[in-house]
Unconditional design. Structure first.
Length: 492
């Protein structure tokens, strides 16, 4: 269902009407529906990729890989929910002899929060957009989804929504379980609607914070899972040519329009950095996604290049073609630690595009405190060190600081490229996100679930996963009478 057919009020009403029937679908039914969506997206792949290339300027190979990822994460969520283990069904049977007093029959499980509003991202037109991770996680949890389309790829958004909604309908899911709207005013109006029970967002810090504040200021506040900005610092104890080439490749990938792009690389003072210019010069220009991103990037680039104490390693270029599209090549500058601290207002803000700052440090022992001061919240932080340095414990304080301020800590490699895997964490302390939840990996489902306990309930009124006959066959953690935890072994 698209925004051209019904009003915002009708969208909210349909989502609310679908919430209970959708929540009552079994994990197997819902898993089969997710697989059907994945199949439909792959079948429509050539058409969708063609639209995406035209609207975003991203390369065919990049988009094809992203579509595969999108289908894969839908199937991964289907595999995750199919046995019902994600419901965390717990049953404590009544026990009149319970150690701290008679225990009633208490049964708890995770249930869907209700309709979810997902604000699609611009830089991943498949994986973080209409059919992306937030939509997949909410659907897997049993929540109806309304997607606010991104203005950077409107035709792709409409066509993808048609494919998803059609596949869900064919799979027998309730009408209104997946809908699309467009326009900032419509998105804000729906976020304020009492029938929306959670929000998800991937985009800029400014817009994400504005939406998070709206969600928090409602008469009944709702959870808002916003992925905002991140500069993803990298700390290296050496700087050979292979490391610097990898750094430039990570900065240049998709024209630096990735939330995990390394915005800062710390290297020892005196490191030879000349190869950065050569590596950057070999990178072909790449189109920026839309005019808004282009304007922001040009302004950030001007601010960085104009800051005192900055030395340019790669000037990069920005070009606007006859159609008004902006193309860029990598800009890389270097500063020392003191300059970074002194001019933090000009240098520390995220540059969403192919720009990064190399920071020269003299005292490795000062890095933990510097990191804590300058980088309070990031999606990622990375360490590049020799094996003996990792083994001798000399970096333990730095690693602890990185873990305190980051959702993912990498050892070697580069943060661009987020694997869709059960153990992945894609989220970190503010300002990287508005919560510490993850938007990638199977744990993302838990954002759209809430715990409900039933005490003394008759079997007929219990949800299927908590009934004794367990019609869905889900795993149940059962506490039988007479089996109580003893704390005596912990007594002093």
């Amino acid at each position: 269902m698209t925004d051209t057919e019904i009003t915002v009020d009708e969208v909210a009403a349909r989502a609310a009407a679908a919430a209970r029937p959708f929540a009552r679908t079994s994990p197997r039914e819902r898993g089969a529906a997710l697989v059907a969506v994945a199949d439909a997206l792959e079948a429509a792949g050539p058409e969708l990729i063609g639209i995406a290339m035209r609207e975003t300027g991203l390369a065919e190979a990049r988009l094809a890989g992203e579509l595969r990822r999108t289908a894969w994460q839908l199937r991964l969520f289907a595999d995750t929910i199919v046995d019902g283990g994600y419901l965390d069904a717990r049953i404590d049977l009544a026990d009149p002899e319970y150690v701290i007093g008679p225990r009633p029959d208490v049964r708890r499980m995770l249930e869907p929060v209700g309709p979810v509003l997902n604000f699609a991202a611009s830089n991943f037109p498949f994986a973080f957009s209409v059919a992306g991770g937030d939509s997949a996680a909410a659907l897997a949890a049993g929540c109806p989804v309304v997607v606010k389309a991104h203005s950077g790829h409107p035709e792709l958004s409409r066509r993808t929504a048609e494919v998803v909604a059609g596949a869900l309908r064919e799979a027998g899911m309730p009408e209104g379980v997946f809908q699309l709207i467009s326009g900032q005013e419509n998105g804000v109006a729906l976020l304020k609607d009492e029938r929306i029970r959670a929000g998800a967002f991937t985009g800029s810090t400014h817009v994400g914070r504005m939406l998070a504040d709206i969600a928090a200021s409602r008469p009944v506040p709702i959870p808002f899972y916003g992925e905002l900005g991140s500069v993803n610092p990298v700390y290296a104890t050496y700087a050979d040519a292979a490391l610097l080439d990898g750094f430039v490749a990570s900065v240049a990938g998709s024209a630096g329009q990735l939330c995990t792009k390394p915005g800062f690389l710390f290297v020892p003072e005196g490191a030879e950095l000349g190869s950065i210019g050569d590596a950057a010069a070999s990178v072909a220009e790449h189109r920026l996604l839309n005019p808004g991103i282009a304007r922001s990037f040009v302004q950030r680039r001007d601010d960085v290049l104009g800051a005192d104490g900055v030395t340019v390693l790669s000037q990069g270029e920005v070009r606007v073609d006859e159609a008004g599209q902006t193309y860029a090549t990598p800009t890389v500058v270097t500063v020392d630690v003191d300059t970074l601290a002194e001019h933090r207002e000009a240098l520390l803000e995220e540059s969403f595009g192919p720009l990064s700052v190399v920071v020269r440090y003299a005292d490795r022992d000062a890095l933990p405190a510097l990191h804590a001061e300058l980088f309070p919240g990031n999606l990622t932080s990375t360490v590049h060190a020799r094996a003996e340095e990792l083994a001798d414990g000399s970096l333990s304080e730095l690693v602890e600081k990185l873990a305190e301020t980051s959702g993912r800590v990498l050892f070697g490699g580069w943060p661009t490229g987020v694997s869709v895997t059960p153990a992945m964490q894609h989220g970190g302390p503010y300002p990287a996100t508005t919560s510490d939840a993850t938007s990638v990996g199977t744990a993302a489902i838990t954002r759209f679930l809430r715990g409900v306990a039933y005490q003394g309930a008759p079997q007929e009124l219990l949800p299927a996963p908590l009934r004794d006959d367990n019609p869905w066959g889900v795993p149940q953690q059962r506490s039988e009478p007479g089996r109580s935890t003893s704390w005596g072994s912990f007594a002093g």
